[in-house]
Design a protein. Structure first.
Ligand SMILES: NC(=O)c1ccc[n+]([C@@H]2O[C@H](COP(=O)([O-])OP(=O)(O)OC[C@H]3O[C@@H](n4cnc5c(N)ncnc54)[C@H](O)[C@@H]3O)[C@@H](O)[C@H]2O)c1
Length: 397
């Protein structure tokens, strides 16, 4: 694509300093496109301008440094820069509110706000996960003749650099031209493009996250049943899967958290007039796992006199993102019952966290909430109670 004659940039990514926008921008810039990351977060902009990644994204930092140095990547807090790019990709957050309703109005108001910087011949690509029909509403807001595409992100957080070049990219649009241009743009970085209708693409993204969330709920429900029966779920799972392919997809138990799975399951539910029994059941099970762990501990310990350590505060293994992590919910429930609680994490920095060694020394009960690699094979003294959903730690003899 190279530099466009009419536009200074090939791509502007709005929300370009976020978990989705930043690795995407870095990968496009590494392919030789002129990319501008547009954002409102000055603190993160200062970090990224120095060539530092503000969060863990494996393999991204050397590429970030390279594309800053060769001038392919620009960072701007001035929304006027959106008007300088041929393609505008929107990757801002799309949360649900405190009652689990999608904040669609906020997303449309955002478009109302940036409209002054948009040009009719630009391609507008929505990358954020959206409530169905949102793209159509964006088009209604912009007006007839605009090119609006939806190219959802399906990458597992922390591994975008690897997965952007491995996963097919879904491309949908509200005109043939939008689909064609979005396909051309993403074919610069994706191995292949799957063109679908808009409604299909919107559901592909929501179904994918709800599907994962429900699978985790099945595992978590099995974990609770096995524990009530004094049986180790991981051992059952191991036997179920050994030489038996039909059970291979059964996941381990564990906290199913983070900013996407629950939120997208609830978006789907809202879209289907709150008629998504499996989604709601999954939420009750997954969100109920911390309560289940605490209830079992309460049967054995007077929590008012017990110190409990939580190993792993990120929402999943080997990343530093604590957004919507269930480890904090677990800590809150424990404190409510009077326990002294220590937090530790290998990647997320927080002055209130302690090292894993200190946590093990201080706590009578240790809960492995996230299976960070650093906990694998870690020896824990025999006199400590360990709740280890993944069986990653070892008891010291
Ligand atoms: N994190 C993931 O792994 C993941 C995966 C798939 C899809 N998604 C979806 O992608 C979207 C973004 O998620 P994320 O995790 O990257 O969020 P994030 O919070 O990490 O990033 C959002 C970015 O948008 C910026 N921003 C907010 N309002 C802005 C505005 N008005 N103008 C410019 N910038 C603005 C923020 O400062 C932030 O840098 C969401 O819809 C999410 O559901 C996320």
């Amino acid at each position: 694509m190279g530099n466009n004659t009419n536009y200074e940039f090939d791509v502007a990514i709005v929300g370009g300093l976020g978990h989705v926008g930043l690795p995407l921008g870095v990968v496009f810039a590494n392919k030789g496109l002129k990319v501008c990351l547009c954002d409102i977060d000055k603190k993160t902009a200062d970090i990224v301008k120095k060539g530092k990644m503000p969060f863990i994204e494996y393999g991204a930092e050397p590429i970030l440094k390279k594309v800053l140095q060769n001038g392919n990547l620009t960072i701007s807090l001035d929304d006027h820069f959106i008007s300088k790019a041929k393609n505008v990709i929107v990757a801002i957050g799309t949360p649900v509110d405190e009652y689990l309703n999608p904040k669609t109005r906020q997303f449309l108001e955002f478009f109302g706000g940036i409209k002054k910087n948009l040009r009719k011949d630009q391609l507008i690509v929505i990358r954020s996960t959206v409530y169905p029909h949102t793209c159509k509403q964006v088009l209604n807001l912009l007006g007839e003749g605009w090119k609006v595409a939806y190219c959802p992100e399906r990458i597992v957080q922390g591994y975008a650099i690897k997965e952007l070049k491995e996963l097919p990219q879904i491309a949908a649009g509200l005109s043939d031209k939008a689909v064609e241009e979005a396909s051309e743009l993403f074919s610069k970085i994706a191995p292949n493009i799957i063109k679908t209708a808009m409604g299909e693409a919107e559901l592909v993204k929501l179904f994918s996250n709800a599907w994962r969330y429900i699978q985790f709920a099945v595992a978590n429900q099995f974990y609770m049943i096995a524990n009530n029966f004094d049986v180790d779920y991981e051992k059952v799972r191991h036997v179920m899967r050994e030489g038996y392919e039909r059970a291979h997809s059964l996941p381990s138990a564990g906290f199913a958290a983070g900013p996407c799975l629950l939120k997208d399951t609830m978006q789907l539910s809202a879209f289907n007039s709150n008629n998504f029994l499996l989604g709601h059941a999954a939420m009750m099970i997954n969100e109920g796992l911390p309560n289940f762990i605490v209830d079992r501990l309460r049967k054995k310990y007077d929590l008012g006199k017990t110190k409990v350590g939580i190993l792993g505060m990120a929402f999943k293994a080997d990343i530093d993102d604590v957004r919507d992590s269930l480890s904090f919910k677990l800590g809150k429930i424990l404190r409510f019952h009077g326990a002294g609680v220590y937090y530790s994490d290998e990647y997320s920095k927080n002055p209130n966290f302690v090292s894993k060694e200190e946590l093990i020394r201080q706590s009578e009960v240790i809960i492995v909430a996230v299976p960070h690699s650093a906990y694998k094979g870690m020896k824990i003294p025999n006199n400590k109670e360990v709740v280890d959903l993944w069986n990653v730690t070892k008891k010291k003899k």
